[in-house]
Every structure is written in C-alpha cells, then in structure tokens.
Design a protein around this ligand. Structure first.
Ligand SMILES: CC(=O)N[C@H]1[C@@H](OP(=O)(O)OP(=O)(O)OC[C@H]2O[C@@H](n3ccc(=O)[nH]c3=O)[C@H](O)[C@@H]2O)O[C@H](CO)[C@@H](O)[C@@H]1O
Ligand SMILES: C=C(OP(=O)(O)O)C(=O)O
Length: 435
C-alpha cells in the first residue's frame, strides 16, 4: 500500500490541465467491442481503472495499440469467448466498476456475456437491476449465481428493440442498454435515460460508428437498430470531477490557479455550485481562473435559510463532487448542509476531517452539516486512510491546506482516477511525497 506524505500550508500557483474523463473512458472503451473495425480514442487518462479495463479487453482478444501517451487504437476482430470463464477475467472484472459495460456490447455482437459482480468504490449499495431489466426487455435472459457472484446473460438470437421506462436513471445502466440496443432489431425507446455528458459522448461516438441514436442529451433516447457498426475516432472530454477537485483545492489552499481547456459548456452546475460556497472564478475563454482568496463566504438561500448542496442525476450536481464540496466548506465562512442522496456510505470520511479540527456534524449517513472556520483556525495534519477515490482527494485537499504534516494511506484509491496527481500538484508548488 502506497501513501502520500503531505506538508500542508503552501500556496499553489500556475496552470493545470485536466486529464481525460475517467468515467467516459470506461464507457467508450467498452464500446469498441461492438465492431471488428479499428476505433481510435484519444485523451485517455493514464489511471489505474482505465489501465485495468484496457488490460481486460486485451486479454479478451482485442488488439490494443498505444499510438502515443494518450491515444490508443482498439481492434476487436477476434474475441476469445472462453476467456470469460477464466480466473484472470474474474479478478480483473471484480477490480473495476467499468467492467460492467462489456455486457451490452457483448450481447449485441456475440449474443452472450458472463460477468463477475463488478468492483468500484465501496460507497454503499450499488445495485445493477436497471442494467438487467433493460437488457431483459431487449430479449436477453440472465441468471445470477450467488455462490460465485457471477452473472450469465444470453441474447437468444438478435436482441429486439422495444419501449422501456428505466426504474432509475443509472449512468452505466443507460450506457449498457444503449450499447445493447444499437444493433437490435427495430426501434428501442429508453425513457428516464441518464443524460450526463459522458453518456452523450458515448452516443455521439456510436452514431459516428453507424448507430442511429436520437434524443442525445435528453432522458428520452430513441435508437433505430442497425446491422453492423464500423470504426471511428473519438476524443474524451476533460474530467469534470478533476476540474471540480482543482476548483476546491484552489479555494482551500488560497491559491491562484488556472485550469486549462475545461470545455466549460459541459460542466453543468459544477461552477455555480462552487460559487455558492463563495469561490470566485472567471471563465477566460475555455480556461477557469481561480484568484487567490483569503476568505470565501457560503451563500444562503434568498430567504436567509441555510444552503443545501445535494447530488442529483444529471443535469443536477454530480455525487462524485460532494466530498470535495464538503471539504471546501470546512474553511468557508458560514454553514452548509451536504446531502449525499445517492450513496449511503460516502460521508463517513468526515471523521478524519473532524480529527483534523473541522466542525462537522454527521446527521445521518446521508447528511452532514459543515460549519466553516472562515480560515480562523487551520486544520491539523494527521495520519489517515483514503476510503474511496473522491474522499481520498478531499483528504488530500484537506492535507494541502493543513498545518504540518499529514500522511494519507491507501492512495491506490486516488490513483484509480487521478493521473500522477502528486507530480502534477507538486508542479504547482505542493509538497507531496509518495512513500
Ligand atoms: C464508472 C462510472 O461511470 N461510475 C459513475 C456512475 O456509477 P453507476 O453507473 O454505477 O451509478 P448509477 O447511476 O447506476 O447509480 C448511482 C447511485 O445512485 C442511485 N440512483 C441513481 C439514479 C436515480 O435515478 N436514482 C438513484 O437513487 C443508484 O441506486 C446508485 O446508488 O454514476 C454514478 C452517479 O453519477 C457516479 O457516482 C459514478 O462515479
Ligand atoms: C464512484 C466512482 O467511481 P466507480 O463508479 O468507478 O467506483 C467515482 O468515479 O467517483
């Protein structure tokens, strides 16, 4: 297990470019299974979860060529279906959440898939009903073996388009069903589809491959099935969760930072939500400039009542940035209620922030009230463990702002989704040592 030793209290400055989006990468890399023609994807982040997915596809038989640092060409001409029986597949599939999205493409192209229960953050229940109900509506049959936590899915011939109303707007569920439907017979209509930018990007890429998807960006997708898909090229969006993390980090450490090439039009409520916490920022072309701010004040509602920051399905505020919003609030002036509706075990990391001196009341597993210090009292450096990817970065931000030395253990969690974060932040003046 690796750790970060962080010497806090240093102001950062300079420019930082966000990596390509982790959660988009996981979707579009799975989509290469839909065609035997080459698909070239660029801006791929060099992070553990993506490397594991690429390894999984490569072991399945996809030819993977690394064209440069961040560009890969995938050619899924010869897929070894027997690999799905192997121990290596089980281990890799269980290691990441993204593995779940091989299901739609495999059913569409090969009529079958097997899948171990996928991994990902341990942040509460992460049910997959939506994936299976949707794929069943397209005609697939599935069996779950609870003894080895294995899903077996068969298409029984070509999948058939139909109307479906999803029980929840699951992001990876929508991606899976869309990829299942693109080569199904006839018309599929998916209502209550997730519509976040990464799902939109997937749909646009599939259309360039020959799919016929309309309604992109809305929660009503219509898909006219086609016989075959071909190759394409695709560029990933910048990672909006990294952008939000850098905004929060700048405010907490009182730093002046420019975040380059943010594709601001794709960030939804992210900038405004950080503005509600009092963070000033300027859009300079497609860059976000955060000036040094000695203090920042949390807004109240118009009637003077306490602000709530809650997650919602897109276009609401993403759950993956609530841990960052929470840590930023610990040094703001004012009070905010953080409400994590989607995941029930994502707020427990506040115990570590409380140990560092933050004023937080964990009301229940979903809600925490943060009373900011207005930078009158600094957090103290301590030793802590990163429980999940976003809490890990929230703790890193806390450590960067704190007095003295912190040690963050289990930084493999952070490495899952943030590319060389220690080196990139050190280039801005941080003092982080990997030990
Ligand atoms: C690899 C990947 O892309 N992971 C992301 C993906 O996970 P993932 O696709 O696994 O998450 P889902 O969208 O399926 O669901 C997330 C959670 O929200 C709940 N839920 C979802 C929709 C809804 O209408 N009501 C509801 O309560 C689900 O029960 C679940 O607990 O989307 C999540 C929600 O943005 C993000 O946190 C994850 O980082
Ligand atoms: C929860 C996340 O990831 P995953 O779905 O891969 O666990 C995340 O990216 O914040």
């Amino acid at each position: 297990m690796a750790s970060f030793e962080v010497i806090g209290g240093r102001k950062l400055s300079g420019e930082i470019t966000p990596q390509g989006a982790k959660n988009e990468a996981l979707q579009v890399i799975c989509a290469v299974l839909l065609t035997e023609e080459p698909v070239t994807i660029t801006n791929i982040p060099d992070i553990v979860d993506v490397q594991k997915l690429i390894q999984l596809l490569s072991e399945m038989g996809v030819t993977v060529t690394r064209e440069d640092e961040e560009t890969y060409t995938f050619e899924a001409r010869n897929i070894n279906l027997e690999y799905l029986e192997s121990k290596q597949f089980v281990n890799l599939g269980r290691a990441i959440r993204g593995s779940v999205m091989i299901m739609g493409p495999m059913l569409a192209r090969f009529g079958m898939c097997k899948l171990p229960k996928p991994g990902g953050d341990k942040i509460g229940r992460r049910r997959m009903d939506t994936h299976f109900i949707g794929l069943e509506k397209l005609g697939a049959k599935f069996k779950y073996d609870s003894s080895d936590e294995f899903f077996h899915i068969n298409a029984n011939g070509r999948l058939k388009g139909t109307y479906m109303l999803l029980d929840e707007a699951s992001v990876t569920g929508t991606a899976n069903i869309v990829m299942g439907a693109v080569m199904a017979e006839g018309l599929t209509t998916i209502y209550n589809a997730a519509c976040e930018p990464y799902v939109q990007q997937l749909c646009r890429m599939l259309n360039r491959m020959g799919a016929k998807i309309s309604g992109i960006g809305s929660n009503l997708l219509t898909i006219e099935g086609v016989e075959k898909l071909g190759g394409t090229t695709h560029k990933l969006l910048p990672d909006m969760i990294e952008i939000g993390s850098f905004i929060g980090m700048a405010a907490m450490t009182g730093s002046e930072i420019t975040i380059k090439n943010c594709q601001i039009q794709e960030l939804g409520l992210i900038p405004d939500t950080f503005r509600q916490l009092g963070i000033k920022m300027e859009f300079r072309g497609d860059d976000i400039y955060i000036p040094t701010q000695e203090n920042y004040t949390i807004e109240t509602y118009i009637d003077g009542s306490i602000l709530t920051i809650a997650d919602q399905i897109w276009p609401g505020f993403t759950p993956d940035l609530l841990s960052i919003a929470l840590v930023v609030a610990t040094q703001a002036k004012g009070t905010v209620l953080i409400h994590q509706k989607m995941f029930e075990s994502r707020l427990f990391f506040v115990d570590k922030l409380i140990d560092m001196g933050a004023q937080i009341i964990l009301c229940d597993p979903h809600r925490a009230t943060v009373i900011g210090h207005n930078k009158q009292v600094s957090l103290r450096g301590i030793r802590m463990t990163s429980p999940d990817i976003r809490a890990g970065v929230a703790l890193l931000i806390a450590a960067l702002s704190a007095d003295g030395k912190s040690v963050i253990d289990n930084v493999e969690q952070i490495d899952r989704g943030y590319q060389k974060i220690d080196q990139r932040l050190n280039a801005l003046g941080a003092q982080i040592t990997r030990i």
